[in-house]
Design a protein around this ligand. Structure first.
Ligand code: SF4
Length: 463
């Protein structure tokens, strides 16, 4: 069998696309390798959401040039959002590349590789087929290559929001939902292969059902449908937009037992002027009202968010508004970034007189505040029991296994290696908090409905 080396950057959508390419290539005779030197095909699945990610990928692709020189039969390809954004330009900058494939072409990876082999010419496929529906038939009909206790399922791709700072509508195209029946088939298959937790995935999952379906299905209805599939023991989704978060979604949190009490809801800024410039479509007050309504139904829900500091012309007081919003909502974690202009986006042309040093200082303050908020919330779990779905072994010192609790905290814990395996439900007593992670001790395990209690004096395994 030939070998393919796959490297992934960016979001979970890219991770899912890489898995899809791996499956398609497997059926065309490629086995995944972890050693780039052994590969006949190297694919870097890229991200262009921020300038830093882009620079990193260019430098990585450049570092692979000697491999190509040593082995002219090697096919070297770049896929994903940066490939979409750069297209032919990327080939001009790096003429040793054989393949440039945008996210909309992931399903054609085998044909693209064949075309390179057959013609001996580079292939650049970055067109969007707006008439094409979003279907992933191979994932709903075949065994996944690496089934795990926690599985991602794509439900929607692209985005129609066109926030002024974001490249996604340009790199991933317009919103298209996947048929609910196909999603349900994939979930049933994953559950039959051992998945316990299903994570519904998309750039904007709660816009699900509006475009690309023969019969519209609202997002909350999809939640109920997936939750009712026997064997789905935990359900999550990411990422959502406040504008699409309906009352029915809040009620779904209240009513669906397996839907976890965690929500990632990007807010980006605490200033109404900045939100308007970002074209987010809502105000700070509307965001807070949404959170309050959700907390009224699910009091212990934990909330995470995305924050951009240093958006063009952000003033000191607008930045302070962001800090005040973080305090008000008490996010358990945040993805925080300094704004960087992205190609093709309207904000790229906005005037901006705020020095980079000021933006960096704001980012540091945001991070410090989030550290404090995370610590305060983490300490509320100390000496309490949390339910963890075991993902596998951990490399963290002084712990044996890792998994997540419903509020999405990473939990590293000690436990009997003979008694615990991936996919088990384990009750862990939280003993320490580190950043957005806990360390603790397993006190019981549930597997196939049967509970085993561990003796409190059992010795912890030594690393
Ligand atoms: S909603 Fe999210 S993915 Fe869509 S344009 Fe805005 S930031 Fe980008």
């Amino acid at each position: 069998m030939k070998q393919v080396y796959l490297d992934t950057y960016g979001c979970q959508m890219n991770v899912a696309d890489t898995s899809r390419m791996e499956l398609l290539l497997f059926h065309s005779g490629y086995l995944r390798t972890g050693e780039v030197e052994d590969a006949d095909l190297v694919l870097i699945n890229t991200c262009s959401i921020r300038e830093k990610a882009e620079q990193k990928i260019y430098s990585l692709a450049g570092s692979l040039k000697p491999l190509k020189e040593a082995n002219p039969d090697l096919i070297l390809g770049v896929t994903g959002c940066l490939a979409q954004q750069e297209g032919e330009q990327m080939l001009q900058k790096m003429p040793f590349l054989d393949l440039i494939l945008g996210p909309d072409g992931v399903e054609n990876i085998v044909q693209a590789v064949d075309e390179v082999r057959n013609t001996n010419h580079p292939v650049v496929w970055t067109h969007f087929d707006s008439a094409k529906n979003y279907r992933i038939p191979e994932l709903s009909n075949e065994t996944p290559l690496h089934p795990g206790p926690s599985a991602f399922v794509n439900i929607i791709k692209g985005c129609d929001k066109f926030c002024t700072f974001c490249v996604v509508p340009f790199t991933r195209g317009r919103e298209k939902s996947r048929e609910a029946e196909e999603i349900e088939r994939e979930v049933r298959l994953l559950v039959s292969r051992g998945a316990k937790e299903i994570i519904l995935l998309g750039q904007n999952v709660n816009a699900y059902g509006k475009r690309g379906l023969d019969q519209p299905v609202p997002f909350h209805e999809l939640l109920y449908r997936v939750a009712s599939i026997p064997g789905v023991e935990r359900l999550r989704f990411t990422t959502s937009h406040p504008m699409d978060f309906t009352r029915e979604c809040i009620e779904a949190y209240r009513d669906i037992d397996v839907l976890v009490n965690h929500l990632h809801l990007p807010v980006q800024s605490g200033s109404n002027r900045v939100l308007q410039e970002m074209r987010r479509g809502h105000t700070v007050e509307e965001y807070v009202a949404l959170i309050d309504a959700l907390r009224a139904e699910v009091p212990d829900i934990s909330l995470s968010t995305d924050i951009i500091v240093g958006f063009p012309e952000e003033t000191d007081s607008e930045f302070e508004d962001t800090l005040a919003l973080m305090e008000r909502v008490e996010f358990s974690s945040s993805y925080m970034f300094c704004y960087s202009p992205r190609p093709d986006t309207p904000a790229q042309d906005f005037p901006d007189s705020v020095p980079l040093s000021v933006k960096s200082a704001r980012l540091q303050r945001t991070m410090r505040l989030q550290d404090r908020l995370t610590g305060e919330q983490g300490r509320r779990f100390l000496n309490r029991e949390v339910e963890v779905l075991v993902e596998g072994r951990t490399s963290k010192r002084g712990a044996d296994f890792k998994g997540r609790n419903p509020q999405y905290w990473m939990v590293n814990f000690t436990g009997d290696r003979e008694m615990i395996q991936p996919g088990d439900w384990v009750t862990v007593v939280v003993e320490e908090v580190f950043g957005h992670a806990f360390k603790g001790r397993a006190v019981s395990r549930v597997r196939e409905g049967k509970r085993v209690d561990f003796k409190a004096d059992a010795p912890a395994a030594i690393e």
